[in-house]
Every structure is written in C-alpha cells, then in structure tokens.
Design a protein around this ligand. Structure first.
Ligand code: GLV
Ligand code: MN
Ligand code: MN
Length: 412
C-alpha cells in the first residue's frame, strides 16, 4: 500500500479519546466503572458511536449489541477487522479494551487524513460484555458473533444482580438487528494492554501474542446450617463460611503445587446471613482457573471437584457447582503473529512472542478468521484496577504496529 509505510497515528488524539471515554463512570485515579449493559455502558457506547459516525463509517449493531463500523475499501469483500471492548469490570482501568477500540478508530482516521483507501474494507468494532463480570461468560459478544453461543441463550442470561441481558441491552438501546453470526472478517487483529508484568520486566515494548490460555469459571453454592456462634460445639457445625474459605485456600495450594502456568482465583464470596455471631448457612463463591495447557487445566478442575466432594462430607454441607465459562486455550495464526513481530521490529521496537493470560475477543474471532494480537506494557503489571497505566510512548508504539499490520492485511 503506497504511502502507508510513512504513516503514523496521532497518539495525542488517541489519548484524548481514551480520556473522554474514561470520564464516563470515572473512578479515581483514572479508571472507569462501566459494567456491561448498564446505563454507563450505554453512555460509553453512545460516545464511541458518535466518533464512528463523525468519521462517516457504516455502523451495524447486532442482536447482542456488538457494534461494527466499516470504511469501504477499493474492492468488495470481507473487511480486515480490529477492535475490542469498552465494558469494564466494576473497578476497571481506562485502557483494558478501550485501547483496542479507540486505536482502531485512530488507525482509520489516520488513513482518512492521508487520503489513503485500502484495497479491502477496514472495520473497527466493540464487542458486548467482554468482561463477563456481570453476566457470564466473558467474551459473550464475540462468542455470539462467531456463532459459539446461541443468541437466545445469551439474551436469556441472568446476571449477578438478577437482571437479564435482553432487558438491559434493550434499555440502553443496543438490541440491534444485524445478523448473528456476524460477517467473518478477512483477518482480525486486536491491540490490548498486556495486563501483566512480562513486557515491563523484560524491558520489551511490544508483545506479539501467540496464544491465549484456557479459562474455567465455576460458581459454587454451599449450603450448611445457621447456628449460634457461641454455643455450637465445633464438631456439630455445618459451616458454609468455613467451607468457602477452605475452597479459596485449596485452590491457592493447588496452583502453588501445579506451579508452571496454573493460576487460580476465588474472586467473589457471598455469605448468608453474613453476621458476626451466626454460623453461615450459605455461601456462594466463584473459582477462576486458567492454564495454557488444557490437560493441566482439566487436572486442576478434577482436583477441585474431588476436594469439593471431600469437603461436603467432612463438613456436612451440600455443595453444587455451575460452570460459568469454559474456553480451551487458543493458538493464533502464525502469519498474523509474524506480521506483528516484523512490524514491531521494522518500527524499531523490541518485541517478544508471548501467550496472553487474560481472555480477549480475539480468541473468539480466531474461530472464524486468521487472528493475532498486539500487547503493550502495563506499568507494574496492574490491571482490573483503576490504577491501570501504560506510557504514552507505548500506546503510540502499539497503535503504529496495529496500523501497519492492518494496512498490510488490507492490501490485495
Ligand atoms: C476477561 O477479560 C478476563 O480475562 O477475565
Ligand atoms: Mn480486555
Ligand atoms: Mn478485562
């Protein structure tokens, strides 16, 4: 593509959009709270859609609320697509997801400014409910987009607050009608912050992401018996609070023992009646297990299941489990990974091939198109936290690698 080798994004314009979006549901010191399908998510969507419209892009909204904006190319055919998500966890940062969407917009605006039309169309999208924190599973929008989850099932999902996806999506005005599954792109590339410490520790600017680890989310309900905290002998207790804590301790030990890439988190725990002098009758907890190796992930799942059985019998509690999300590890397309790596080098940046610890929309898009990701460093490896930060120079580097990669993929 003639001329595109000299093109660079306007990182100040990208940063200004990131700032403006972070102001919707702001959290000190610079993060955001826009859980999927809330009013704030709706306001964030409206802002990004306004920017897409201002650029004159063709916008589609599908049945799960994914928004795709396309700029036509010189030839017809499926677009080269980029994007990510703009929903956040309840205590999120300003870059997780938003960077990928707004950098995609920046790439398209840079091409427009230079009056360059790519051969293939180019599209940037934001997928609904990537976080899955309110309505599991994570990556719901992109999963539905690629036909991995029936639309009706997704719309019927009940969230942690008892609401339904369908009602919430409708109330923010994003229950669209564009067909599901969506159009398979020619290729998909997502820019994202690393959300971990690897790049920073290695002093490396760009991660050429080769794979995403497998994810297993389970909700565990424990039913014991409420009783008096002072009078009930320890041998007579059916303590759901104790059992919940034991699960949390067990999975930490499990990850330590399996070492390698196994990680384990008990991120949510609710006790009832949750009072100082009452043995808890019920506990609801979540377990998030991840591993780059699916066999090892299955082993961790099996060991957790055995532990729960033993715990139920030793404490005299009922334990039931529900799978909230289960995704196998995903390997990205070698050609796209190679392009990301080569473009990083060509732009003078240090680069390393690496797996992703977090889940991403790209892992769903990999089911239908050659896919890859670009990572930039997270300061102190902090993410899912309002303190999430990435240097401006690294944002620029990542967005320029994205620009080059997309332009090459969009060239016939
Ligand atoms: C979702 O983004 C996750 O990795 O938890
Ligand atoms: Mn993300
Ligand atoms: Mn996230």
């Amino acid at each position: 593509m003639t001329g595109a080798e000299q093109l660079f994004v306007d990182v100040e314009r990208l940063a200004a959009r990131l700032d403006a979006l972070a102001e919707i549901g702001p959290l000190e010191p610079g993060g955001s709270s826009r859980l999927a399908f809330t009013e704030l998510d709706g306001a964030g969507r409206d802002l990004v859609v306004t920017w897409m419209r201002d650029l004159g892009l063709e916008i589609t909204i599908d049945g799960i609320g994914n928004v795709i904006a396309t700029r036509q190319g010189r030839t017809e055919g499926p677009p080269v697509m980029t994007g990510s998500h703009i929903d956040t966890v309840r205590t999120g940062g300003r870059f997780d997801g938003c960077l990928g969407v707004l950098a995609g917009l920046e790439v398209i605006e840079t091409l427009m400014d230079a009056d360059i039309t790519t051969d293939r169309p180019m599209a940037v999208g934001f997928f609904s409910n990537e976080e899955g924190a309110r309505f599991p599973p994570d990556m719901m929008g992109s999963l539905v987009y690629v036909g991995g989850m029936p639309l009706e099932e997704a719309l019927d999902t009940v969230g942690i607050d008892g609401t339904k996806v369908r009602d919430e999506l409708d109330s923010i005005g994003y229950l669209g009608s564009s067909p599901i599954p969506g159009l398979s792109p020619h290729a998909f590339v997502e820019l994202h912050i690393e959300q971990g410490p690897v790049l920073e520790e290695g002093g490396v600017t760009i991660g050429a992401v080769e794979s995403v680890q497998g994810i297993s989310w389970t909700e565990i309900e424990i039913v014991g018996q409420s009783n008096h905290a002072g009078t009930t002998p320890m041998r007579l207790r059916h303590d759901a609070g104790y059992a919940a804590a034991a699960v949390s301790t067990f999975i930490r030990g499990l990850a330590d023992e399996m070492s390698g890439d196994q990680v384990a988190t008990c991120g949510a725990m609710t006790l009832h009646p949750n009072l100082v002098n009452v043995i808890a009758a019920n506990a609801t907890i979540t377990v998030d297990l991840r591993n780059t190796d699916d066999e090892l992930l299955q082993e961790a799942e099996a060991r957790l299941a055995r532990f729960l059985e033993k715990l139920a019998s030793s404490e005299g509690v009922d334990v039931t489990t529900r799978t909230l999300a289960r995704f196998e590890p995903v390997v990205f397309d070698q050609t796209v990974v190679g392009l990301v790596e080569a473009n990083a080098r060509a732009l003078g940046h240090s680069v390393v091939r690496m797996p992703s610890g977090a889940g991403h929309d790209a892992q769903m898009m990999a089911r239908v198109a050659p896919t890859g990701m670009v990572f930039v460093p997270s300061i102190d490896g902090i993410s899912h936290n309002p303190e999430e930060r990435t240097d401006l120079a690294d944002l620029r580097a990542g967005a320029n690698v994205l620009l080059r990669t997309l332009v090459q993929l969009a060239t016939n």
